[in-house]
Every structure is written in structure tokens, then in C-alpha cells.
Write a protein of this length. Structure first.
Length: 355
């Protein structure tokens, strides 16, 4: 047992790393040797420790299981050609976690606790970071309410946990999406702008219906009129029409994606015209039929850039331009990869070296 920055560390007796090829594993099913845990009680963060990855003993009466006080983040670490491990925009995720915490009446996680726990964990498990071109270490920080009580109230106790898993590409092929006009993901005044666990649970039934029809994901539309695009599955959605990059403007029903923000920053830096505003189904489908929609893609931490090559709407399928003809999204995907791998200058200061 050692202590670093008030974080007690218990190392695994024998690493499981040799049992896996971290450059060739299914997404989200293989976890690293260690996990970080911090405990909140009595109005403060009282304990912080790293232990071997394990099941966490929790009561069946735990608040998070019954009332959904649970939030999470998704972020990644990368290994460059020198073998150095770096995080991509970790403070953006820390700030967004706390934005979620405030909305869900949960305690905020201090930046020092978040970053110290994350850094120490990655130093221990650096060997799990893939070296492949599209590989990364996917990092899942999450915060759950842990009161052992079945009363509908704000919990007094919480656990903040970080687990990690090596990952390759989330989507191995371009995808087809269905425009969803019956169900909705979020409403104004709700929690659509935060990463609350319930946001994803409610999306699974409509997504399954779409998958049964041959689509990989849905595109959510606004709950009031179903006339405007919002998000695509677990990603923000973007369009290139007449050499202009369009994406739905942020609101309390749309997640402020870190990858979304990064794509927009690169586009503006390259002098591309960018519009963040309401994007209607009619506008996009008119552009599709006129041959003016040049690109459509999703962007998110897990997927990075997910090319959308088909869209279903009102019982009809539309083929979109082939990926080989997409200049912007393929360029931005390559540039993000080069920045993360240390091959391009990090002019925005996005990378934070861990080891």
C-alpha cells in the first residue's frame, strides 16, 4: 500500500494484460487492471483510492438503481509513437461532469480529485493503451448515488468511479440511420444536455425498432414538432451542404459534445463556413434530393467520426455520397488522429501528457 496525493493505491498482484491483445478487443468488454474510487459522505469527499478492478458491493436498495441519480463521462487516452500516454481534453470532460452533477442534484467532483485520480490510474495501467492507428483507451468516469434507502430523496452519499477499457473503432463500417419522428430523446427543461444514465436507457427501445428495420442508429428530432434534427444515437450530428458545415445549435436538449466542439474548432481554423443553428429535416432532405448534401456524419468520443451513408425518412431510404468523396470529415478525422498521436502540432492545447 502506497499513498500519492492522498490517494491510497493497492496494486494488482498479477496483471491480466498478457491475457489480451489490446489492439484487438471488443469495445467496452475488456477492462484494465485497476479502478479509481472516491467516496462522498457527510457533505464532503472523504476517501480516494485505487484498487484492482473488481465488482463493487452495493445494496439492492441503492438510490441510483431506483431513482436514476447516475451520471457519467466518456473520454480517451492515446499512446503516441514515442510510447507516451496523453489525454484528450480531460478538463472539458471534468467540467461537463460537474454540469451534469448540478442538474442531477449531486455533489461536484473537484478538478484536483478528478485529475489526480485519473492521472494515477493511467500511470498504473499505461500498458493497456493500444498502439494501433485507431486504438485508444476509453475512460469511463461516473458518479452514482449510494444511499441504502427506498425513499424518494436526494442521496447523502455517493461514489465517483473511473474504469478504463482498451478500444478500437466503435463503428467498423459507415452506418445507416432512421429519422425518428414518433419517440423523442429529450424535452426542454429536462436533462438532455447532461450525460445522465436515463437519457440512454430511454433511447434503447426506439433504437431496437430501427435496427430491426436495417438501420444502425436513429436521428432524434425535437419533441415539440419533430421537424428539426437534434442528435444521432449517442453522437452529435453534422452536415456539409454547399461547402458549409451545419450542426444543430446547443440547447437544453442537446449534449455539448467535446468531439463536436473540436470538429467545429478545426473547421473554423481551416476557414470553412460554419453554422450552428436549427437544422430542419426539410432542409436536409431537399439538399439530398437536389444532390447538394455533400456529407453527413456523427461525432462523439466513442465513435470520433461516424460516416452516415444512408438515411431513412417517411418510409423511404436515401443513399448519401460515398465516403471516398467526403473531403471535410475524412480530413478532420485524420487531423484529430494526428493530434492525438503527436504527429500534428497541438495548437489548441488539447493534449495532456500523463507518462
Amino acid at each position: 500500500m502506497t499513498t500519492t496525493l492522498d490517494i491510497s493505491i493497492t496494486k494488482i498482484k498479477e496483471s491480466r494484460l498478457s491475457h489480451y491483445d489490446v489492439n484487438n478487443v471488443a469495445f467496452g468488454k475488456c477492462f484494465t487492471d485497476h479502478m479509481f474510487v472516491a467516496e462522498y459522505a457527510n457533505g464532503q469527499w472523504e476517501k480516494a483510492y485505487i484498487q484492482p478492478y473488481a465488482d463493487v458491493p452495493l445494496s439492492y436498495a441503492m438510490s441510483a438503481l431506483h431513482y436514476g441519480q447516475a451520471i457519467f463521462e466518456g473520454m480517451k487516452a492515446y499512446k503516441n509513437e514515442k510510447g507516451e500516454v496523453s489525454l484528450f481534453r480531460p478538463l472539458a470532460n471534468q467540467k461537463r461532469l460537474n454540469k451534469s452533477a448540478v442538474r442531477m442534484a449531486m455533489p461536484e467532483v473537484p478538478e484536483e480529485l478528478f485529475m489526480s485520480g485519473l492521472s494515477e490510474l493511467l500511470k498504473l495501467d499505461a500498458g493497456w493503451v493500444p498502439t494501433s492507428e485507431t486504438g485508444s483507451l476509453y475512460i469511463r468516469p461516473f458518479l452514482i448515488a449510494t444511499d441504502e434507502a427506498i425513499g424518494v430523496k436526494i442521496s447523502d452519499t455517493y461514489k465517483f468511479i473511473i474504469i478504463c477499457c482498451p478500444a478500437g473503432k466503435y463503428y467498423s463500417e459507415p452506418i445507416k440511420v432512421l429519422v425518428e419522428t414518433d419517440f423523442f430523446r429529450a424535452v426542454h427543461g429536462g436533462v438532455g444536455f447532461v450525460k445522465a444514465a436515463g437519457n440512454y436507457g430511454r433511447s434503447m427501445y426506439p433504437t431496437r425498432l430501427a435496427q430491426q428495420k436495417g438501420y444502425q442508429q436513429v436521428i432524434w428530432t425535437d419533441s415539440e414538432t419533430h421537424k428539426y434534427f437534434e442528435e444521432s444515437g449517442t453522437m452529435n450530428v453534422m452536415f456539409v451542404i454547399n461547402d458549409t458545415l451545419l450542426t444543430p445549435a446547443l440547447s437544453d436538449t442537446i449534449l455539448d459534445g467535446v468531439t463536436r466542439n473540436s470538429v467545429l474548432a478545426l473547421a473554423r481554423d481551416w476557414g470553412m463556413k460554419v453554422e450552428e443553428r436549427k437544422v430542419s429535416i426539410e432542409e436536409v432532405m431537399t439538399a439530398v434530393e437536389a444532390g447538394k448534401l455533400q456529407e453527413m456524419f456523427g461525432c462523439g468520443t466513442a465513435a470520433t467520426i461516424a460516416q452516415i451513408v444512408g438515411i431513412g425518412y417517411n418510409g423511404k431510404d436515401y443513399d448519401l455520397p460515398p465516403v471516398v468523396d467526403r473531403k471535410f470529415s475524412t480530413k478532420v478525422d485524420e487531423e484529430l488522429r494526428n493530434i492525438r498521436k503527436g504527429r500534428s502540432a497541438d495548437k489548441f492545447g488539447w493534449m495532456l501528457k500523463v507518462s
